[in-house]
Design a protein around this ligand. Structure first.
Ligand SMILES: Cc1cc2nc3c(=O)[nH]c(=O)nc-3n(C[C@H](O)[C@H](O)[C@H](O)COP(=O)(O)OP(=O)(O)OC[C@H]3O[C@@H](n4cnc5c(N)ncnc54)[C@H](O)[C@@H]3O)c2cc1C
Length: 503
């Protein structure tokens, strides 16, 4: 009997899982394996939120596997020793997994897995999880690969049976899924509101997708900018796509069906649905676009993708970093967002961009300095999107319009009654919105005064960035970045332009 391993990593699902499907086509027995990798968990960009998400996803996955007469082998430790031990015990010939575009740590781990496979004469078969291309030579190829993988290929149904080696039934049944508290000290997760946090599992993902395409999604266009509405109007699929409890192909397929339904049906909001789902689909394309950037330029984890911006000077004051990440800067909209992130792991795009622009332009913190602390409070941490967005918002990619978000304008536009702010900053609940909006000149009880002068500081940072942007070296380097990493869908802004949302 041939035996294979399905190595679960960022793909906690049975439906539309190419790695699992390939394993079942190859071998008579397939053992699903998940390793709580101690060294990965100890990385500065990983947190209790992420491990909690894996635990939830595993509980759901295990229940679905047991329904199919199967189970999952769960170990804490290091992947290579787990494979060695399993190789001795069950003698598999192939490992099936998805390709992962991750950080330097996961890349190095994958290299060592490849070496281990060579040594043990085991095949390692990696399937595509999305439209991201390894060793991409020409970005113009992306569109056809994307079409082929995500639009033209049908989704794969969840298998009805996953036979595992008989000896492993008892072993798996005796294994508990760890609890995340095992890996972290209590103060590392004390702020997380687990009871209200989004559930990450295949069951939850399919429910989220359904509720978005049948009910919530109508409000998407216009609803995703404010933190008061985005929690409901946004798809909330990001943690599911990040941890693989849902496939991107499933989302594209279901969205395309929904678009057809609203176009040809009699829904009274058909026009609004059309607008919302068009906007949503373009975000789905961005998902791969940004992950591709890290895949093609892995050095961007450590330095700006655009070499011209590598010498920008930051203050990187740890006191300011601490005030920012914990929500005590004296800027109500920033603090509300940071406290909300610490508790829920979610924030809408505009507010994420605003807190990064505040950290870089206002507090003079480098994108590198804020990378790990911010990743830890994003339930949907996806390294490719995260690093690309951090650099974009910090203005060091050189091919996008520079946006510096005014924290006060964002209150006026997105939370004029300060509902969101008061929810997350209880010290401000007795003040009216006019007083809160005038925080720069009003004493607000115990709430701290602004720790910096945003207008003065942001001008200093903008001057630095703009100087690079206008320089000959800056222009030449940006052309290269545009060529290599720019979107092929629409022409990018190549003109040096700073968008003044500020004053
Ligand atoms: C500094 C910063 C860091 C970010 N880090 C992450 C991250 O680690 N993981 C992550 O999934 N998103 C990240 N984003 C992108 C975006 O904010 C979230 O994807 C979005 O807010 C998630 O909400 P949603 O699922 O309701 O998204 P929707 O608006 O419903 O979008 C659907 C899906 O499209 C993708 N998507 C949406 N916006 C973007 C975008 N701008 N770039 C790339 N893909 C996008 C996501 O997979 C998302 O789930 C970041 C944005 C910023 C500004």
């Amino acid at each position: 009997m041939t035996t294979a391993i399905w190595w679960i990593k960022r793909d906690f699902r049975l439906h539309d899982n190419d790695a699992l499907d390939a394993a079942l086509k190859h071998a008579q027995l397939v053992l699903p394996v998940f390793v709580f990798e101690s060294d990965l968990i100890a990385q500065p960009d990983y947190s209790a939120m992420h491990v909690h998400a894996w635990c939830q996803a595993l509980h759901d996955l295990r229940a679905r596997l047991i329904d199919r007469g199967s189970n999952v082998y769960i170990v804490t430790g290091e992947v290579l020793s787990v494979f060695t031990q399993l190789h001795d015990e069950i003698g598999f010939d192939t490992i099936f997994s998805h390709e992962e575009t991750g950080t330097h740590w996961t890349y190095k781990r994958d290299i060592s897995v490849a070496h281990w496979c060579e040594r043990y004469a085991v095949e390692w078969n990696e399937s595509y999880q999305n439209g991201v291309i390894r060793c991409l030579k020409n970005r113009n190829d992306r569109q056809s690969v994307f079409q082929q993988r995500l639009i033209k290929s049908p989704t794969v149904a969840a298998p009805e049976e996953i036979p595992i080696p008989s000896a492993m039934h008892e072993v798996c049944a005796a294994q508990d899924i760890p609890i995340f508290e095992q890996f972290f000290k209590a103060d590392k997760y004390s702020k997380i509101q687990f009871e209200t946090m989004q559930i990450v599992s295949e069951t939850a993902a399919l429910n989220e997708l359904r509720s978005f395409l049948t009910r919530r999604g109508v409000a998407y266009s216009g609803g995703i900018s404010s933190p008061n509405t985005a929690f409901e109007a946004g798809s909330r699929l990001s943690p599911h796509l990040a941890w693989g409890t849902l496939s991107l192909r499933t989302v594209f397929g279901a969205t395309s069906n929904a678009q057809l339904h609203y176009k040809t049906g009699v829904d009274e909001n058909a026009k609004q649905w059309g607008k919302s789902l068009r906007a949503f689909t373009s975000r789905l394309h961005w998902h791969d676009h940004f992950i591709q950037r890290l895949e093609s330029a892995s050095e961007m984890e450590f330095r700006a993708i655009n070499p011209a911006y590598r010498n920008v000077i930051y203050e990187d004051d740890p006191t300011k970093l601490d005030a920012w990440i914990n929500g005590y800067t004296g800027y109500p909209m920033i603090d509300a967002c940071m406290r909300c992130l610490q508790a829920t792991g979610f924030m809408n795009f505009r507010m994420r961009a605003m807190v990064v622009s505040f950290a870089v332009y206002g507090l003079h913190l480098s994108w590198r300095t804020i990378h790990a602390p911010l990743a830890r409070v994003f339930l949907d941490y996806e390294p490719g999107i995260h690093l690309s967005q951090l650099q974009m918002q910090a203005g060091v990619v050189g091919i996008n319009t520079i946006r510096v978000y005014s924290p006060v304008k964002q209150i006026i536009d997105q939370d004029p009654d300060c509902v969101f702010i008061k929810r997350w900053i209880p010290e401000l609940s007795s003040f009216d919105s006019a007083a809160i909006t005038a925080y720069e000149t009003t004493v607000l009880g115990e709430y701290p005064p602004p720790i910096i002068d945003f207008k003065v500081n942001s001008k200093l940072m903008k001057d630095q960035i703009f100087k690079v942007r206008k320089s000959q070296d800056g222009k030449a380097a940006s052309q290269e970045v545009l060529q290599k990493h720019g979107s092929r869908k629409k022409p990018m802004a190549t003109k040096s332009k700073i968008q003044m949302q500020l004053f």
